[in-house]
Design a binder for this molecule. Structure first.
Ligand code: ADP
Ligand code: MG
Length: 688
């Protein structure tokens, strides 16, 4: 193609993964600036976006020396004067422009000392500008490397022009069916693609964007819905027909408190799933402390009542052990055998558990990854609960399915709330339940922001809490690039704290410790043998020490919102008032300031997740990366296009109802397109 030699092609490959005409065609501008309007200089005021002026340069002037040198062109349109300013490329500018020709100048004006400046404006000779160039001006993202090879936004725009010339002979094939295009008033694909790169006006641009977003989200939803249907017809589920003696006995005699409304609702949802004859595949979201463990237990009891075993998998040994203890305590007095299986369960004891699993004598198995090893086999596994889902890979979960001839029901629990729109995209094939209510009597955690040179009062506060019998966490960030640095950071913090609190015992836990050591240290803290726990984020997940009432997070600016929320959830688990102290340096970026403020303002995990999504975009959200979904939306924005997502999902649903077999000729284009998409993006089909 004209304009793309081997060198440029190589850069486009490497920097933007553009290999074909099609790739380039789908490289959309990230913003547009309206250049259809000319302003008069006398209209300019203090805060204007990019504007466009037409006039002549009156004179050039240079100021300063060396690095301070700058060039000013006094520019006028007869209604006033602005100063066009350059700090670089002075010679080039001087050589290119003169005081006789008329120019169109484009840039962002700033007013300083009563004079209007435009720094590094775009300048074009007025007569060279065609009408289209003066319409909506597209801007393309470019990298440093690209800029160095003169592959600027403007250059990409030129390439697009060549591309459209090249494409004229072979029209781009439509990817939506005729009837959908008509019914939902979409513009055609060739039209949309042309307008997205060369918009005629704001209205046409909006129509083009709408069409492309519609299509992008539509196919994602169609794919998920279709996949769900396929899975459902392929995998029949175990039928749990009744809720029986164990569930009822537990509910009426052993349950130490009343269930919250949300817990009741969620248990009902699961009962319905498991009694439907289809395999349950449910994601249970509930904020930290919302009581997911109990819900899991009661669901497991339903499995037992129907003659099946249940299994619960946790991401760490500490967590598995805690679940085991919690559940044994709940069930104390009932005739149910619960066993713990982790890497450190060995020898005769392990053999016995494995043997009794096979005979069905073990009813509930709780453990770490150890439970999915090939040597672990059940007599009749009916339900699998996976706690803290985002730490488990897809493949690991799939392995559990094979542990029964008919795949067991699956309950996935997470405390990392996922905003609805994102959940629909990521886990569209999982049904979602939400526990949106905390058990009564919890005091909301008080969160404060503290600059790191105010330690004296903070230590005094921690000391007072410990004197009242409480315990405190102090968490240091994990700097992934350098584990050595982490440990150093943590070691220094640890020594510092030991010096500050000579009268108390201090624990230390980090990811590089052996699991057994880590466990022992956690146990000491849990038993209140140590009063302060200095740790990296290894304590983030699930650990329960109800007596701890202070969470100090050092370098809080280094953490993402959801991580801060998870960490904060380690306190506030008992009846006492708890506190979270976010320690940061003085210099904070705007985004960081917002993050910290959100933490101070709210304890609501969903609110925080929504805010996180808005601040960072879905690509960075925790849980997204680990979920293995290639997340490259080209034009739709999960944070902003939630309504459209919901809308197209319904359209996709209706289409599937109309054409469940995928055979109707009017939808042939759609099915073909879906097939192509699946070929390219295998990930979409393995989400659950
Ligand atoms: P998470 O959802 O974070 O896993 P847990 O299951 O650990 O929460 O529950 C947190 C605490 O709340 C536990 O001590 C649990 O016993 C308690 N709890 C759970 N449900 C209720 C309830 N309905 N009323 C009172 N306390 C509850
Ligand atoms: Mg939990």
């Amino acid at each position: 193609m004209q304009g793309v030699g081997p060198q440029r092609a190589a850069i486009l490959n490497k920097e933007l993964h553009i290999y074909s005409f099609r790739d380039l065609l789908y490289y959309f501008p990230y913003k547009y600036v309206d250049r259809s309007r000319l302003y008069y200089i006398c209209e300019i005021n203090g805060n204007m976006p990019y504007i466009q002026l037409r006039g002549k340069v009156l004179s050039f002037e240079t100021f300063g020396e060396g690095r301070q040198r700058r060039l000013v062109a006094h520019f006028s349109d007869g209604t006033g004067v602005v100063d066009l300013v350059w700090f670089q490329g002075l010679k080039f500018v001087m050589g290119k422009y003169n005081t006789t020709e008329e120019y169109v100048v484009f840039g962002k004006p700033t007013v300083f000392n009563g004079r209007i400046n435009i720094a590094h404006p775009d300048i074009d000779p007025a007569e060279e500008l065609t009408l289209s160039a003066m319409g909506m001006q597209p801007y393309y993202n470019t990298t440093e490397k690209m800029k160095r090879s003169n592959l600027t936004s403007q250059m990409i725009q030129k390439l697009m022009k060549h591309l459209f010339v090249a494409l004229e002979k072979e029209e781009v094939a439509e990817t939506m069916s005729e009837n959908l295009i008509r019914k939902y008033s979409l513009v055609s694909l060739p039209e949309a693609l042309h307008q997205i790169h060369f918009p005629q006006n704001a209205d046409m641009l909006r129509k083009a964007q709408y069409r492309l977003k519609f299509e992008e989200l539509f196919y994602i939803q169609l794919n998920i819905l279709r996949y769900t249907k396929e899975r459902r017809s392929r995998f029949r589920g175990l039928m749990f027909e009744h809720v029986g003696e164990k569930f009822n006995t537990f509910y009426s005699q052993y349950l130490p408190f009343a269930l919250t409304g949300a817990q009741k609702r969620v248990i009902k949802e699961m009962r319905r799933d498991m009694g439907s004859g289809r395999q349950m595949n449910r994601l249970l979201q509930g904020d930290v402390g919302s009581g997911k463990t109990l819900v899991a237990l009661m669901t497991m009891l339903i499995a037992l009542d129907n003659g099946f075993q249940a299994c619960m998998m946790a991401p760490t040994e500490i967590l598995a052990t805690q679940h085991h203890e919690t559940i044994c305590k709940f069930l104390n007095g009932m005739d149910i055998r619960v066993e713990l299986l982790t890497g450190s369960v060995k020898g005769k004891h392990r053999e016995k558990i494995l043997k009794d699993l096979l005979t069905g004598d073990v009813h509930i198995l709780i453990g770490t990854h150890a439970v999915i090893e090939d040597t672990v086999n059940f007599s009749s596994l009916g339900l699998v609960v996976v706690d803290e889902q985002h730490r488990f890979g897809v493949a690991q979960r799939a392995k559990l399915w094979a542990k029964n001839t008919c795949p067991p029901h699956v309950l996935v629990m997470t405390a990392t709330p996922i905003p609805r729109t994102l959940a629909m995209t990521l886990y569209g094939d999982l049904d979602v339940s939400v526990i949106d209510e905390l058990p009564p009597g919890r005091k909301p955690i008080q969160t404060v922001h503290q600059f790191d040179n105010r330690r004296v009062s903070m230590y005094a506060f921690i000391r007072k809490q410990i004197q009242e019998g409480r315990q405190a966490y102090i968490v240091y960030p994990l700097i992934q690039e350098s584990e050595k640095m982490d440990i150093k950071n943590l070691e220094e913090g640890y020594l510092h704290i030991c010096e500050e609190f000579p009268e108390y015992k201090v624990s230390k836990v980090h990811g590089k410790m052996k699991p057994a050591e880590k466990d022992a240290e956690m146990q000491r803290f849990l038993a209140n043998e140590t009063q302060i726990m200095v740790a990296t984020t290894v304590i983030e997940v699930g650990v329960n020490v109800p007596n701890a009432s202070v969470m100090v997070i050092e370098n809080a600016e280094r953490f993402g919102l959801s991580q801060l929320h998870q960490l904060r959830g380690r306190v506030g688990r008992g009846a006492d008032q708890s506190y979270c102290i976010l320690v940061t340096g003085y210099k904070l970026s705007e985004d960081t300031r917002k993050r910290i403020q959100i933490m101070v303002d709210t304890n609501d995990g969903f609110e925080i997740a929504e805010a996180d999504l808005k601040l960072r975009g879905p690509g960075d959200l925790e849980g997204t990366q680990q979920s293995g979904v290639a997340f490259d939306l080209k034009i739709a924005d999960i944070a902003k296009d939630g309504q459209l997502l919901q809308y197209v999902r319904e359209i996709a649903e209706r289409m599937l109802e109309e054409d469940p077999q995928g055979i109707k000729p009017e939808y042939a284009v759609v099915w073909q397109q879906l097939k192509e998409m699946r070929k390219k993006n295998v990930n979409w089909s393995v989400i659950s």
